[in-house]
Design a binder for this molecule. Structure first.
Ligand code: DP6
Length: 333
């Protein structure tokens, strides 16, 4: 019936999704706000096969070959293909070929860009055109809540979405509104031992979880208004405290989860030292050891140099705000 290729980028959350009201329906415990990136992308091609044919999932491996993806990787993709078929009302098989285009080092393999790209490519291959918010809701249904945000560009808020059709994120400011940089200090490119899914499950076992739920309401307002005013001096401290608190909750969950490596602390300290020298840079982290440093373009060079000088940092990825997923004409082959 068709073939389509989509590209979508990862996002970095300023207010985090960590803990769910209903993990199966992907209803988060709190609203989250993120910035969609532009360099850390996933590119995915979906092609229709014959009626009833078995799906095929191919992924670019570390040697650069497109190979049959392992079952652990394919299971969530196959489940999402069933949702796409149900939406289109067809029973054709689908062939998926996907690759992460994260500059050099891995360790950032977010399912957000992956499921946003898959949702866009698969619906397009079946001739369905989803509005941006419908694509966001559909991406969320993959189980990756952050994919709801990667389905949109710029600065994005994902609300609680209790009601049917309300699970999508919305753009609170387009990418052109504020050119912010994200310099990602890689301290460990390996796969994390505990998935975000398991982290969400354990989050409410932390005694700090309920305290954050109160705090997060105030932070949401500060993040929204400082994005509107392009005010990094107000935004920065809030995103840093938000990230530290996510890890505090992870570390105090039962059983605890430690995502940090010793070099994570070195990066956090180096960024604090930079601020002491008058450079406006603030750290945030996802559920992993690598540190995202948010700054204005004018400070990116100084931040890059400071990060690259740290012995525990193996690579610095230079990224910035991006415009969201799009269909492209370069299939993954
Ligand atoms: C720490 O359930 O969306 O990044 O599907 O693995 O990307 P993945 O995780 P998801 O949880 C995201 C957790 C987070 C915070 C955030 O991005 O909001």
């Amino acid at each position: 019936m068709g073939i389509a290729t989509a590209q979508a980028a990862a996002n970095i959350a300023f207010i985090k999704y960590w803990g769910a009201k209903d993990l199966d329906r992907v209803i988060p415990s709190n609203r989250s706000i993120s910035m969609t990136l532009s360099a850390c992308t996933t590119r995915t091609t979906v092609e229709t096969l014959a009626h009833g044919a078995a799906d095929r999932i191919l992924a670019r491996d570390s040697a650069g070959r497109l190979a049959q993806a392992p079952e652990s990787f394919s299971a969530r993709i196959l489940a999402h293909l069933d949702r796409v078929r149900a939406l289109a009302g067809v029973a054709v098989g689908l062939r998926v070929a996907t690759e992460n285009r994260f500059p050099a080092a891995a360790g950032l393999a977010s399912s957000a860009s992956g499921f946003a790209a898959l949702s866009l490519a698969a619906t397009a291959a079946l001739g369905i055109e989803l509005e941006a918010t419908a694509l966001s809701d559909f991406s969320r249904r993959s189980g990756s809540g952050s994919a709801a945000r990667s389905a949109l560009g710029g600065y994005v808020e994902w609300p609680l979405g209790f009601d049917e059709g309300q699970g999508h994120a919305t753009v609170i400011a387009p990418a052109e509104h504020w050119d912010l940089c994200d310099l990602i200090a890689i301290v460990d490119a390996g796969e994390k031992a505990v998935s975000s899914l398991e982290g969400h499950r354990r989050a409410c076992s932390s005694p700090h979880f309920s305290a954050r739920q109160v705090e997060v309401q105030r932070r949401i307002d500060v993040v929204r208004s400082s994005i509107a005013r392009r005010d990094l001096a107000t935004l920065g401290p809030v995103i840093e405290e938000e990230a530290i608190e996510l890890h505090l909750i992870a570390m105090s969950s039962r059983p605890p989860i430690f995502y940090w490596r010793p070099s994570t602390l070195d990066v956090l300290e180096a960024i604090r030292a930079l601020r002491g020298r008058g450079i406006g840079a603030w750290s945030t982290l996802d559920a992993g050891p690598n540190v995202h440093v948010i700054c204005e373009p004018a400070d990116a060079l100084a931040v890059n140099e400071a990060l690259a000088a740290l012995p525990g940092v193996t690579e610095v990825i230079r990224d910035r705000v991006g415009t969201g997923p799009r269909l492209i004409d370069e299939p993954v082959i």
